[in-house]
Design a binder for this molecule. Structure first.
Ligand SMILES: [Zn+2]
Length: 288
């Protein structure tokens, strides 16, 4: 599933073709993509609207709309498993899996293509009704080490599921959680409230460094689904150090990478570089 770097790549590549354009008509071949908004209501909301901006929030893509210079709600897209977005010439063929097409006033068209059909492109009067509860953007100034330490200590959860919680921090999924924990040398089952400040700082830096590098490489394409809007695969999958590498040597210590299940998600780690949490000494053992 596309995570922050993949979605950021999509936004950067489709934005220039969309900002300032007016949507002149739409066609929808899979109604569920609209997330419960009927086609008539969808058309009333988007046809004739102009795209004011395209931005990423977590794993969502927000298309801000306006009419006559006034805000007119937003389309909020989520690629889920296999969604792709393209802005192409009018005669471009999206193939059998094109779900939504928006014609633009410059003769080009935006396409939402989705093999697995879990992706969504939903109109909302206010994008915050969908993205308002997301946690901080890990590459923004809102994401600070003191805030991160405070949130880790307040949550008292295992690190892996916590990193996947979009209300804790936005945009991280299975790949970048595993890679960040490896880089920070922290076991996925460590409890967030028991990290030292130094450990929290390692995780904070790891998350940011890995996401930045993955964006530079246009994300990861390890299956047939994710491609950039120019049709190219990303290349960060060649940098994976633990994700999908179970049974192969750890790049740091050469022990075999292990795969465990945490919260129903396959989780990759080096059990030497990322030592398991020690059970807490029971109070009774402490000297009075
Ligand atoms: Zn190792």
């Amino acid at each position: 599933m596309p995570e922050l770097p993949e979605v950021e790549t999509v936004v950067r590549l489709i934005r220039p073709g969309l900002v300032g354009r007016e949507i002149t008509s739409s066609s929808v071949s899979w109604a569920r993509t609209l997330g419960g908004v009927g086609k008539r209501r969808f058309d009333r909301a988007v046809v004739g609207a102009r795209v004011r901006g395209v931005r990423r929030r977590g794993k969502y893509i927000v298309f801000e709309l306006e009419r006559a210079g006034t805000e007119a709600g937003a389309l909020v897209g989520h690629l889920r498993m296999s969604g792709r977005m393209h802005v192409e010439a009018a005669d471009w063929d999206p193939g059998a899996h094109g779900r939504v097409r928006l014609d633009l006033d410059d003769g080009r068209a935006f396409h939402f293509i989705d093999v697995r059909k879990f992706g969504r492109l939903v109109w909302a009067a206010n994008a915050d009704s969908i993205v308002g509860n997301l946690g901080p953007e890990p590459l923004s100034e809102d994401f600070t080490l003191p805030g991160f330490v405070r949130d880790l200590h307040e949550r008292r959860r295992q690190l892996k599921p916590l990193l996947l919680d979009q209300e804790f921090v936005a945009g991280i999924g299975n790949i970048y959680a595993d890679e960040s924990l490896f880089q920070a040398r922290l076991h996925p089952l460590r409890r967030s409230d028991r990290l030292s400040r130094g450990e929290a700082a390692r995780l904070f830096e790891a998350i940011r460094a890995i996401l930045r590098e993955a964006i530079e490489r246009e994300g990861s394409s390890f299956d047939t689904f994710y491609r950039t809007p120019t049709g190219q695969p990303g290349s960060y999958q060649h940098q994976f150090r633990v994700y999908g590498r179970d049974g192969r040597p750890c790049p740091r210590c050469e022990r075999r990478i292990a795969k465990i299940v945490v919260g129903q998600r396959g989780t990759h780690l080096c059990t030497r570089c990322q030592p398991a949490p020690r059970p807490r000494r029971r109070a009774i053992l402490r000297a009075p």
